[in-house]
Design a protein around this ligand. Structure first.
Ligand SMILES: *Cc1c(COP(=O)(O)O)cnc(C)c1O
Length: 332
């Protein structure tokens, strides 16, 4: 893979631990469950965007940027990690935040990631629901240029072939850890949104011909749309890595059965999963991504989808800061 030839700024505490979830496996009656602690990447409460930002921020610095601009929903974990990365390397940061969730509570509007965005010194620009986010980002960049600055726009979720390199690296890290533990990995499960995590993992696992299956649980998109987005980014990442031939597509699988009504709207199964993981493993999951994805993994296990002796790794993509924005949803 030769990831070392791509410019990278160290932002995360890597490698993150790969740990057994013994009590959860026992509770569910198998399979063998593991957790990859990407909630512990260390950047202002961590999460999966840190790995992508290591490559994206390096690219921004090589272009002489002085301002990072990115886009997301109000409680975007990606926006918060971008603000943290900017603070750490001494860049300015503008976050264009979409009021995507209808009827937000006070906690949603002001607590969680928003509280952290402000502490990290980012400038917040709120835009209404269904705004064309790419154009909104361009407008923010024009403003920076007019003021004599040099902006660098990071796409939603940091999901482009540069950001996806972070999850190619994560795939390599997981394979190394599995080898050290002496276990054969069968499958990786995680929350999938803007696709960079899933595309990077697939390019990594398939590029290294590991045979590890990847299952993304969607957090708001129908399966067909998600799989198409992932496929496009797998192809681009494969080319960016300089891998030969066409990227295989047979490892692209998204399950859309667990996000409920819409993106960011709590489901009863998410709440059960968040509670269960806290009680059995002291793991904190978030309501928008990892909690819904874990509710999917639990349901698929209960339905007998996996073999009892399979080794399954759930990638904890972070997002705990979002818990505080959803306090009312958990109030008894
Ligand atoms: C962004 C995010 C995801 C989804 O990752 P993508 O690369 O956007 O698909 C999953 N979990 C959390 C907590 C996130 O913030």
């Amino acid at each position: 893979m030769q990831l070392g030839r791509f410019p990278r700024v160290r932002l995360g505490h890597l490698p993150t631990p790969l740990e057994p979830m013994t009590r959860l496996s026992d509770r569910l009656g198998g399979p063998r469950l593991w957790i990859k602690r990407d909630d512990c990447t260390g950047l202002a409460t961590g999460g999966n965007k840190t790995r992508k930002l290591e490559y994206l921020v390096a690219d921004a610095l090589s272009q002489g940027a002085d301002t990072l601009i990115t886009l997301g929903a109000l409680q975007s974990n990606h926006a918060r990690q971008t603000a943290a990365a900017a603070a750490k390397v001494g860049l300015k940061c503008i976050l264009v935040l979409e009021e995507r969730v209808s009827q937000p509570t006070e906690a949603y509007r002001h607590n969680g990631n928003i509280l952290l965005d402000r502490l990290l010194g980012a400038t917040l620009k709120y835009v209404p629901r269904d705004t064309q986010m790419v154009e909104a980002g361009e407008r923010a960049a024009d403003d920076v240029r007019r003021a004599g600055g040099n902006p660098y726009i990071i796409p939603v979720g940091g999901s482009n072939p540069i950001g996806a390199l972070g999850y190619v690296g994560c795939a390599a890290e997981i394979l190394q850890q599995a080898a050290d533990l002496g276990i054969r990995l069968d499958r990786v499960v995680h929350a999938t949104g803007s696709s960079g995590t899933q595309a990077g993992l697939i390019a990594g696992f398939d590029g290294m011909q590991s045979g590890v299956r990847v299952l993304g649980i969607t957090v708001g998109r129908p399966r067909g749309v998600q799989e198409k987005n992932v496929a496009a980014l797998v192809d681009e990442t494969w080319a960016h890595l300089g891998l030969k031939g066409a990227a295989p597509h047979d490892n692209i699988e998204a399950n859309d059965a667990y996000f409920g009504e819409a993106y960011g709207i709590p489901t009863p199964a998410m709440k059960e999963a968040v509670q269960l993981l806290a009680e059995t493993e002291s793991l904190l999951f978030d309501p928008v991504y990892s909690g819904k994805a874990m509710s999917g993994l639990i349901d698929l296990i209960r339905k007998g989808t996996f073999g009892k002796d399979e080794n399954i790794v759930f990638i904890h993509t972070g997002g705990q800061a979002g818990l505080f924005a959803y306090e009312p949803a958990f109030a008894a």
